[in-house]
Design a binder for this molecule. Structure first.
Ligand SMILES: *Cc1c(COP(=O)(O)O)cnc(C)c1O
Length: 251
């Protein structure tokens, strides 16, 4: 659990990020309540997650199912109400474990994976599994996500994607909540801004096409660019290093 001083230090780190979130939201007339801080704990040990939860963090992000399983089990009894987000690539053969463990899957990037999750989610006592569709709107960096870099100029690409989304929203055990994107890595965070704008516009286009779906969430922004992402509409920011320090191994 950690000592009182450790919990205090963690609480201060969380408060510092929350203040930056509030300032970014304030700059564009948004409320900080509309932005959820997800603490990304990949590579960090269980003790550190427990500390963050003791210090008041509610949302935990992990990018590997296997790693999350081993961390979740010792923690779930102590903190049964914490909310777990899978933010890394998901293979369909891990869908079953992912559906049992996570509250949100941010990385759905094919109809195939959505169908596997839907089947797995049928057994969930918690009910429908929340999903986001991961979109690649930059054409650079991570090759994961639906390839939509040219969606604004190629309407046939967008239409084909809408057709795939149609199949996903028809799945009864999933609840589509919005979109997730990872901006390409760059030395200047400002370079991420147009990709965040594109992701928001794509979400708006999707919402227009599927008016009955609650497409509220935009999961975008990490340690180096979460404030920009909030200025451009992010509702969920995934913050690792700015909260927990540098990771010892690269993932
Ligand atoms: C690791 C990771 C993050 C957090 O990155 P930081 O730069 O440490 O804030 C966010 N999103 C995804 C998908 C990640 O894999």
């Amino acid at each position: 659990m950690g000592s009182d001083t450790q919990i205090q230090a963690m609480a201060e780190a969380i408060a510092a990020i929350q203040m930056r979130i509030a300032a970014a939201a304030g700059r564009v007339g948004r409320s900080s309540e509309d932005v959820c801080l997800i603490g990304v704990t990949k590579t960090h040990p269980v003790e550190r997650i427990a500390l963050a939860l003791a210090a008041g963090l509610q949302h935990i992000g992990e990018n590997r199912v296997q790693e999350a399983v081993s961390k979740f089990e010792p923690i779930s009894e102590l903190y049964p109400h914490s909310t777990w987000h899978l933010i890394g690539h998901l293979q369909s053969n891990k869908a079953r474990r992912a559906a049992r463990l996570f509250d949100y899957i941010h990385s759905v990037d094919s109809v195939h994976v959505a169908m596997a999750l839907n089947q797995a989610a049928a057994e969930r006592p918690q009910g429908r599994l929340n999903i986001l569709l991961q979109v690649n709107v930059s054409g650079e960096g991570s090759k994961q996500g639906f390839d939509l870099a040219d969606w604004q100029t190629h309407s046939s690409l967008t239409e084909a994607w809408f057709h795939e989304v149609e199949q996903i929203v028809a799945l009864p055990h999933l609840q589509l909540r919005g979109l997730m994107t990872i901006a390409p890595w760059g030395s200047d965070p400002e370079q991420a801004r147009p990709h965040f704008v594109s992701c928001r516009m794509l979400r708006d286009a999707l919402q227009q096409r599927f008016p009955e779906q609650p497409l509220i969430e935009l999961s975008m922004g990490m340690s180096d660019d979460f404030e920009l992402a909030i200025e451009e509409g992010a509702t969920q920011v995934r913050v690792g290093r700015a909260l927990f320090g540098e990771r010892s191994s690269k993932l």
